[in-house]
Design a protein around this ligand. Structure first.
Ligand code: PMP
Length: 307
């Protein structure tokens, strides 16, 4: 999806014009992927911009930085406020928000700690990640030949820039094969996640999702969907999922800030369930989109209004 420039970007403490948010070619992050980031959405809830799960996203940003031994030179509250300021400055009613913290210019050695830490917040206008049709009809996915990283190679629970080479390899391969998205197995061969989504399986009235030990990101949407499922009397079980359980599932769906709640209708060209969005997925979508649009009361305090 192409990016349309907006007016302002938050850059190291102040709002600057889009064109002025530049980075030098010697920045460490450009060479080695030395960054941490977040992906957050603001929805038009009742016509006003409301950030979905602001606090958990900011907390995960700081946790990613902690894992990577990077000190963010701002507090949680300052980053949260900066996100709201950027939304207001750009007059968004809905948007995608990308906080990015990276190692700047200060050397090219592999111990990056001499490099200054730079903090940016970019907001862009963004629609459905996998398309409107995907939300209603579901997507076709394939198991990737790339595995998620083993737990002793990269910290999967941290959103670190360089790790997304793995996701890029998955996404490019999936597109080459004509799939909307890829699903990776973990280092032990169990189902892990999509290139940028967590995955859920519905079978015989129960819902399953891979545990954190399957090298998954601790998705914020994953957690919300687990809460919604529990409320509707279907608690989600975090269990190891063998590949063939996908093929024989009644329903499968992705969750993610970008993908929201997206049904999966086939895996490796094998039709899942009826080949259409299933009733459990639809019910969870109704709750999710109801809350984010402001039509259903925000009973969990998931929305933070910018205006
Ligand atoms: N897994 C990966 C690898 C991701 O990049 C994302 C997107 N952040 C997710 C899962 C979903 O996480 P969230 O619901 O927090 O967006």
């Amino acid at each position: 999806m192409p990016i349309t420039p907006v007016a302002f970007i938050w850059a190291n403490g102040s709002l600057v014009r889009w064109d002025d948010a530049q980075v030098h070619v010697a920045a460490h992050a450009l060479h080695y992927g030395s960054s941490v980031f977040e992906g957050i959405r603001a929805y038009a809830a009742g016509g006003r911009p409301a950030v979905f799960c602001l606090e958990p996203h900011v907390r995960r940003l700081f946790n990613s930085a902690k894992v990577y031994r990077m000190e963010i030179p701002y507090t949680h509250d300052e980053i949260s406020e900066a996100i709201l300021d950027t939304i207001r400055a750009n007059k968004h009613t809905s948007c995608y928000i990308r906080p990015l913290v990276f190692r700047g210019v200060g050397g090219l050695s592999l111990d990056p700690r001499s490099c200054p830490v730079e903090t940016f917040i970019v907001t862009i206008e963004w629609g459905r990640y996998l398309g409107e049709e995907a939300i209603n009809e579901g997507v076709d996915v394939g198991i990737s030949s790339w595995r998620r990283m083993a737990p002793n190679t990269f910290p999967a629970a941290a959103k670190i820039g360089g790790q997304y080479i793995n996701s890029q390899l998955m996404a490019m391969e999936a597109a080459e094969h004509g799939y909307a998205e890829a699903v990776a197995l973990d280092a032990n061969g169990f189902v892990s996640e999509g290139s940028g989504e967590n995955i859920f399986v519905v079978r015989d009235g129960a819902i399953y999702t891979p545990p954190l030990a399957s090298s998954v990101l601790q998705g914020v949407t994953r957690r919300c969907v687990m809460v919604l499922a529990e409320e509707s009397g279907m608690p989600v079980r975090e269990e190891l999922i063998p590949r063939e359980l996908l093929y024989t599932a009644d329903e499968i769906f992705f969750t993610g800030t970008a993908a929201e709640v997206t049904p999966i209708r086939s895996v490796d060209h094998i039709t899942i369930g009826s080949g259409r969005r299933g009733p459990v997925t639809e019910q969870l979508q109704q709750e999710f989109f109801g809350i984010t649009s402001g039509e259903i009361a925000d009973r969990h305090g998931w929305l933070t209004f910018a205006v």
